[in-house]
Design a protein around this ligand. Structure first.
Ligand code: PEP
Ligand code: MG
Length: 595
């Protein structure tokens, strides 16, 4: 994105709202660290190999300790990425390569390690394949740890984060984000990234302000520099004056006080006339439970099960899945009587990759992703359905199938569910026999054909992230086409309206669970179009609920007509402006929360 004329202010993509002020912590991959090559003294090669082995052993211990400490934090016990790192570090071929370079060329261990890693990285990068790009990140991570160990200094960059800071990075993978001590991360500012990438979703889910696509922020900031970050407007201020820091902190305080004051006393989602839009949360394995419980949502509208798969070599077992889903069902129960969790079946593929297993395809967003993958891997599907059904004995559970494109898929899903039920019945395992099944509406074909799909499911949940990407043919993770990512484009509005209309005809409830639900201008608009529920990261519920609490159903009906009242040929930006203007007149301060 462009930099401001005042070069101390950078503009990027506003990916996760909120204000943060603090010192910069520069997070670099190993590749960014210069490594000097030198010859070891003749005869000292064996000692150098020993030094390398000690570094490996110590790094292995560090990774194991980190895994243990994650396991003790029930809410963030996903240790699978580290299992993958352990596998690499224990790989005989990799260790042998480094050691033979030290022995044959009499060079220091750091440079033998760098050469080995560089050659592995360049092989993977040349393949230009998402699977291997993921592996390059793993290699970077491991090299960083090993180099730090060899240098006898830090125990890994993530652990160097000692004080509350704004993390500045080229880009971050979800696993890197999870490794950072979240209580010390005030915000994220990255060179790359996009609004709907999974890193952005994670920042939003964790309620951490973030700005992406800043271009060269890592080059403009030094470690410890004061940085002001506005995740709602996408601005990052460098070298601010003392007065500006004080002013910024005062604004942050005011905003948090006013958002608390704006939080309605009545349950979130209640309109001014007492009618309701159900407010639900988006969750996944590893998300802190406190945020969900304190959200006062009436259920979990989307539980992204694929977080159990992402970054792993092996699929999670049925038992491991059962434990995660059971915990989610129990967690939902803490939200109140009747609260439920909507467990989405595996949505792997596209930008959500598993390290192994999923076949790599030239065009993964249009390939065998999501429900297509699951339906073509019957054992995986049956194991997941059995795990979900078993969890339904512990709380109210609904099943949601992602990326449904046609009736046939829903029929096949229903048949698989019956088979999973039958196998549990045979074994005498308890489950809720009346568990409801829903379809995600995130492919234009599904929205246009929603009337037929409604015959084969109990509810709809609209995934605007994918629906917009597929309608506009604009990759949700590609900044170069982000201008086409238009939630209020007339084509998108027609598809959402068609879905709502079809659902109403059949008496099916319909929710929106894409990120757009959490933007007050858009979320309130979906409510105006007639959706029954909005599901979002817990951090966003107060602002959307505050906006809804100031409006009646009649107001919403009027709001629904705002884009239609524009002259023919109006653009999505004009529709957005008109909606914002209408809403700002009734809900003061809304612009700041949704820009
Ligand atoms: C969506 O597409 O809007 C959605 C909620 O699913 P995901 O972001 O996980 O693809
Ligand atoms: Mg989706």
């Amino acid at each position: 994105m462009s930099n401001n004329a005042d070069n101390s202010v950078l503009s990027g993509l506003a990916v996760s709202g909120g204000l943060a002020a603090g010192p910069a912590f520069i997070y670099r991959g190993a590749g960014a660290y210069p490594v000097a090559e030198y010859k070891v003294a003749p005869g000292a090669e064996d000692a150098e190999v020993l030094r390398f082995r000690r570094a490996v052993a110590s790094t292995r211990r560090d990774i194991e300790n980190l895994m243990n400490s994650l396991r003790t934090r029930a809410s963030s016990g996903d240790t699978k990425v580290f299992e993958c790192h352990l596998m690499i570090i224990e790989d005989e071929f990799f260790l042998g390569e480094v050691e033979s370079l030290v022995l044959k060329e009499s060079i220091n261990a750091e440079s033998a390690l760098r050469r080995t890693m560089d050659s592995a990285r360049s092989k993977f990068e040349r393949m230009n394949d998402p699977y291997f790009r993921e592996r390059v990140r793993d290699l970077d991570d491991i090299e960083r740890r090993l180099q730090a160990e060899l240098a006898g200094c830090a125990k890994g960059v993530a652990l160097e984060l000692k004080e509350p800071s704004i993390v500045i990075a080229d880009d971050l993978t979800p696993s890197e984000m999870v490794q950072l001590p979240q209580n010390l991360v005030l915000g994220f500012a990255t060179n790359g990234g996009s609004t709907t990438s999974h890193v952005a979703l994670l920042a939003r889910a964790l309620g951490i302000p973030a700005v992406a696509a800043l271009g060269d922020v890592t080059q403009r900031v030094s470690a410890g520099d004061m940085v002001l970050l506005d995740g709602s407007s996408g601005r990052v201020e460098l070298s601010p004056s003392r007065e500006r820091i004080a002013e910024f902190r005062a604004i942050a305080r005011l905003r948090s006080e006013s958002s608390l004051a704006a939080a309605p006393a009545h349950p979130p989602g209640e309109l001014a006339d007492g009618s309701r839009i159900e407010m639900l949360v988006n969750a996944h394995h590893g998300l802190p439970t406190e945020a969900i419980v304190s959200s006062r949502a009436s259920g979990i509208g989307l539980y992204r099960s694929e977080y159990l798969w992402i970054g792993r070599e092996m699929e999670p077992s049925e038992d491991e899945q059962f434990e995660a889903y059971r915990d989610a069902a129990l967690l939902a129960g803490r939200l109140g009587p009747g609260a439920f969790v909507t467990i989405r079946t595996l949505d792997i593929g596209g930008d959500k990759t598993m390290s192994g297993g999923v076949v790599r395809e030239p065009n993964p967003f249009l390939g065998n992703r999501s429900i297509r993958y699951l339906l073509s891997h019957r054992e995986t599907m049956l194991a997941q359905l059995r795990a979900i059904l078993r969890a339904s004995a512990f709380g109210r559970v609904k099943i949601l199938h992602p990326m449904i494109s046609c009736v046939e898929e829903l029929k096949e899903c229903a048949a698989a569910l019956e088979e999973a039920k039958a196998s549990l019945v045979r074994k005498g395992v308890p489950f809720d026999g009346s568990v409801q099944t829903g379809a995600m509406i995130e492919v234009p074909a599904a929205a246009l054909n929603a009337g037929n799909l409604a015959e084969f499911c109990d509810f709809f949940s609209i995934g605007t992230n994918d629906l917009i990407q597929y309608t506009m043919a604009a990759d949700r993770g590609n900044d170069a086409v982000s201008r086409l990512y238009q939630p209020l484009n007339p084509a998108v509005l027609k598809l959402v309206s068609a879905t709502v209309e079809a659902a109403k005809k059949k008496g099916l409830p319909v929710a929106v669970c894409g990120e757009s639900a959490s933007n007050p201008v858009e979320g309130v608009y979906w409510a105006a179009l007639g959706v029954d529920a909005l599901s979002m990261s817990p951090a966003y519920i107060p602002q959307v609920a505050a906006a809804l609490s100031r409006l009646s159903r009649r107001d919403l009906d009027e709001y629904a007509l705002v884009p239609e009242s524009l002259p023919a040929g109006a653009t999505a930006a004009e529709a957005e402006q008109a909606c914002r203007k209408w809403l700002s007149a009734r809900v003061p301060g809304i612009s700041e929360q949704s820009s």
